[in-house]
Design a protein around this ligand. Sequence first.
Ligand code: SF4
Length: 358
Amino acid sequence: MSTELGSKLAAPDMAGAWLREQILAHLTTPKTWEHDRNAYVSASTVYRCQRALKYSQTRDAAEWAGNGFTVRGDTMEEWLCKVFARIEREFRVIQQQDIWFTAIGDRQETLRDEALRISATPDGFMRLGDTGEVVYLEIKSIDPRVVLNDPKPAHVAQCQFGMELCHRLDHSKPQRALLIYVDASDYADITIFEIPRDPVVARELLRRAQLTHAARTYRDLPAEGLAAGGAECSDCALRDECTAERAATIGALDPDKPAMAADLLDELDDLARDRVTAAITEAEAKRSKEALGDRIRNILEEHGTSVAQTPGYKIRYSVTKGRESFDREAAEADGLDLSPYLRRGNGFPRLTVTENKD
Ligand code: SF4
C-alpha cells in the first residue's frame, strides 16, 4: 500500500482541505433510472421555466448526481420513512386501526404515462383501510429562513401533477395530497398543507408538459423565469442569452406608438398605483428592518457580546471580509491600458413608474 497520501496530508491544513474535497466528490451516488428522464416531463419539473426545462433535457441526465440540497432532502425523507413505520406499528399493530404507508423510501415508484411522456415519483401514499382512501404524500425539507405562510406553487403543482398521473394510470385515486414541509434545522418543526385535487389545474399542467414536448428547441419556449422576476435565472446557463433577447425585444418597442385604448390605460393606471404603493411599503419595511437591526446591535454592544441565543433565534454580530476591489483610476494613472480587457455586459430590463405631478 502506498504511503504517499499520508505524507501529503501531514502538512498543516492539508488533511481538512483534502477531506472536504473528497466529501464533495462523493456527496451522492449517481441515481440510475429505469427510464430516460430527458424524454419525460416530471411532476417536479413541470412548473419550471419551460425554456430552462427544455434546455436541461438536451443534456445527459444520467450524469446528474444531485447536490447538497438533494442529499439534505434524501436524508430527511429516509428519516421520515422510519417515523412512518413507527406510526404504522402504533396504529396498526397496537391500536388495530387500518392505516398504512406504501411506496415510501426505497420502495418509491416512478409512475409514467408513455403516451404523454410524463412521469411522477410520489414520496409515498397513506392508505386508510376503513374508508378506502389513498392520500398522496409529498415531502420537502425546507430552509429554516423561509417564511412558510403558504405552500410553494411549484410544490402544489407537483402534487396536482402527481395525483393526475395516479388517476390517468388507474394506480390509485387520491383526491387530496399532504404536502409535508420539514424544517431542515429542526425536524420537529413540521408544517403540512392539504392540497385538494383540482382537475382544472392538472389539465393546465398537462398542457404545459405537451408544449415542452412539442417545442423543437428551447428557443421556441417562453423565458418564463425572466418574466417571473428572474429568481429562477440566477444559476441558469441561459441567463446571458435570455437577458440579451429580452433587451433586444425591449429595444425594438416603439415609444411613439399611438395612444392605447382607454380601458387598457385604466388597467395600467391601476397597476402603476399598486406598484408605487408596494414600493412605499417596501421602503418602510427596509427602514424598519434597519432600525430593528440598530437596536439589536446596540443591545449586544451594551452587553459586550457578539452572540445571543434567544428562545427563537441565534443572533451573531460579526465582521465579514471586505470585498476585493479594483482601482481603475490608479491603474490608468500608472499608465496601464485597460481597454483590451473591457467588456460590456448585456443590458438588463428596467421598468420605472413615476407619479404624474400635474
Ligand atoms: S435564464 Fe431564466 S428565463 Fe432564461 S431559461 Fe433560464 S430560467 Fe428561463
